[in-house]
Design a binder for this molecule. Sequence first.
Ligand code: CS2
Length: 451
Amino acid sequence: MSGTVPRLSPATVEVPHRPDTVRILHLGPGAFHRAHQAVFTEDAGGGWGICGVTQRSPAVVDQLRPQDCLFTVVERSRTTTSCRVVGTIRDVLFARAEPERLRAYFTDPKVRIVSLTVTEKGYRPDSGVIGQLVAGLEARRATSEAPITVLSCDNLTGNGTVVRSRVLEACARLPHGDSLASWITDHVRFPGTMVDRIVPATTDADRAEVRSVLGVTDEAAVVGEPFRQWVIEDDFAAGRPAWETVGAQLTDDVAPYEAVKLRVLNATHSLLAYRGALAGYDTIAEAVADPVLAEEAAEFMEHDVLPTLVVPDDVDIAAYRRRVLERFANPALRHRTTQVAMDGSQKLPLRLLGTVRDRLAVGEVPIRAVRAVAAWMVYVAVGRDRDGRPLPLDDPLADRLRAAAGGAGQPHAIVDGLLSVREVFGEDLPDHAALRAALVEAVADIAAPVR
Ligand code: CS2
């Protein structure tokens, strides 16, 4: 079929007004970036074009390039679907295959921002992203020397500070890294951000829908919920789009917003992903439609997370919590539990273990947070849902986790094995007797119907 339908391009659809100049270099132009920052940037106007840089594979380049980088954002509420073609991305490149073009963008003084959506694991020192940033900044210093902003848009606590530290640590490993580090300190800003929009992986059914609505084949279409939020620390070295005119919040302290989002939304997402996948639910919406899981999620937010938060004045936290559950319940999104379950070793410390630590520090064992961690442990150790269907373990530490879990053995063996993975649980949690006991009990309870 798709052979007979023309490809999305400036010749086949009505094209939005497009910026002619690339001013933002974006590392990781996956679905989330296209449905979030690309949309805010288009709405803000002012001529900020984006060049997307793909890291691991040329897939996104192959999707976007034949379409002159146009793509559709399909917005799905419970009851309505709308499609919009976005034109802010003006170029794409595959870093490994086109290092010269990448360098040219890094050194171009018209490029004012390097933004990133590279997921939690992209900030690991060995991920390649940090090396790419350092090499790019080094080239900029050697040429135009123009100031620039590095804007992390990933779900990390203190994402701006994290990327800045990783970059400076990488400089320290270079032969003449000191002078580069001091140039970076003087010329590069690293504001923090909180980003939010649920953007599941695009499916063939989504692409078929775009084909029937727009009459074109769009290999780069993305699907998102209607909700979107962006809180940005207003600390830019060389200007930025007027994102505040199109709904972004510019602030001097992102941390409390980020904590609310990670500990309420992302943590509950993970809870529902592991509990839901083990119970045999394909999607987050199905998981949260199960009254037992919905109650567990609501109680987790209320009793375990809420006491740990410093809620910003302009956030109505009761409404926020309700809204999160409503957003998860949107059946039109079909967000797969196994997609949210990915990379648990990287996500748990950011989403769940801060809450666990804060509650343990005041003498409370947060049993619902413990159940969420236990569900991850069962997911890793047993690797099957209650009907015996295999569950994928997609995680940069997969081999180590599997070895540590030692198969679907006794609950205490699973817990002790996984707690010993220091990269996830640190030095403090493995030795906490009350936590360990609560985990063993929760693993036994959750694993029982699965085995
Ligand atoms: C999700 C997030 O995949 C996941 O782990 O929790 O990507 C979530 O959908 C977004 O952060 C929502 O803004």
